[in-house]
Design a protein around this ligand. Structure first.
Ligand code: SF4
Length: 373
């Protein structure tokens, strides 16, 4: 069974914090890109022997910049060349300024049953600071339109730790988002990525660096507050109402197989990882041929064991020592003895038949994962 990811690398404008593979101003390439995707989907399906698909996720970029006919064509190509059961999770990422009731209704009819809306904040001052193209009011409206269009599984993406943002401001955004009743929330601490506008603004003294201690306080607040509101904290940045975890992303964290279509998309099939050419125009020229793949890595046994640790520990349930032994033939404590001892001693990980992050480990997740990289 495969999870399918489809990358749409188009945006209206570049947000100030964004280092994703997304590009404004490429409207004239949309149709060629959809055709290229269909070519790649058919090509890969023939190589993979048309396996069963267990989830589809269309991310970006901004997939909802496309016409519904484009989204329909992409999903149609997956359905034509792969075995797709009717009831699988089909997610699409949406930006508030790109949706209308008509568009959402037709996307829902096209078979999309989960929407992930990028709010990021519900405060116009911070939306401007982040370079978002929508207001808080548009974000709330997008959510209501999605409900009206029949979406009963909605994720809201939020960012905390924005320069100048107080804990009270974050708490208010979180409360307002929760009051809408989403099934899922993804809450990320802002990171300043190299080459972004925000990085330049900080270097030029125009805005402050995010305060790391305050960001940690916000994360603790988020965990406690969302738990009180009935959300399960199931991955470092992700919270779901019971039964509403994102099946697609769980495949990544559980070491399952996935195939990515589109510019820069990554795939993992058994012990091989590969990724596509990142530039949209170059991708269009090469899709549907072997030269579409820019990088291939064959994972060693040691790589696979490390991956199970640094991906599995992202989930709050952690990893099962028994499963590790069943998969690799040796106990995890024997393979990573020093690393685990250090992490347990520092209070970052606990062992109880499973290996999982403590609350402190969640706050210092990167420190834990770097032990296994
Ligand atoms: S909408 Fe998302 S992908 Fe597009 S520029 Fe903003 S953060 Fe990046």
């Amino acid at each position: 069974m495969l999870a399918v990811y489809i990358h749409i690398p188009f945006c209206k404008q570049k947000c100030k914090y964004c280092d994703f593979n997304s590009h404004p101003g490429l409207e004239s390439f949309y149709q060629a890109y959809i055709d290229a995707l269909a070519g790649e989907i058919s090509f890969q399906a023939s190589k993979l022997d048309s396996p069963d698909v267990k989830s589809i996720y269309m991310g970006g970029g901004t997939p909802t910049l496309l016409d519904t006919a484009h989204i329909d064509a992409i999903l149609g190509a997956v359905g034509r060349y792969f075995s797709v059961a009717r009831d699988i999770e089909v997610s699409v990422e949406a930006n508030p300024e790109t949706v209308s009731l008509d568009k959402l209704t037709s996307i829902r009819k096209a078979g999309v049953n989960r929407l992930s809306i990028g709010f990021q904040s519900l405060d116009d001052e911070y939306l401007r600071l982040l370079g978002r193209k929508h207001s808080a009011e548009q974000a709330v409206k997008a959510f209501r339109l999605a409900r009206e269009a029949g979406f009963d599984n909605i994720n809201v993406d939020l960012i905390f730790g924005i320069p100048g943002q107080s804990l009270a401001n974050w708490a208010l955004t979180l409360e307002q988002a929760v009051s809408l009743g989403p099934e899922h929330l993804s809450c990320y601490g802002l990171t300043i990525e190299p080459g972004t506008v925000l990085e330049r603004e900080i270097a030029n003294g125009l805005i402050e660096n995010p305060d790391e201690d305050l960001q940690a306080d916000m994360l603790v607040y988020t965990m406690e507050s969302l738990e009180e509101s009935g959300f399960e904290h199931y991955e470092i940045s992700n919270y779901a109402k019971p039964g509403r975890q994102c099946a697609h992303n769980l495949t990544y964290w559980s070491g399952g197989d996935y195939v990515g279509f589109g510019a820069g998309a990554h795939s993992k099939i058994e012990s091989r990882r590969f990724s596509n050419i990142a530039g949209p125009q170059k991708y269009i020229e090469n899709a549907g041929t072997d030269s579409c793949v820019a990088d291939t890595i064959d994972l060693s046994l040691q790589d696979e064991m490390s991956e199970m640790l640094f991906l599995g520990l992202r989930k709050t349930e952690g990893i099962s020592s028994e499963e590790f032994k069943a998969r690799f033939g040796k106990p995890v404590q024997a393979v990573f003895k020093d690393e685990i001892n250090d992490l347990v001693r520092d209070g970052l990980v606990i062992q109880d038949g499973r290996l999982r992050l403590t609350k402190k480990g969640i706050l210092f997740g990167n420190e834990v994962f770097s032990k296994f990289l």
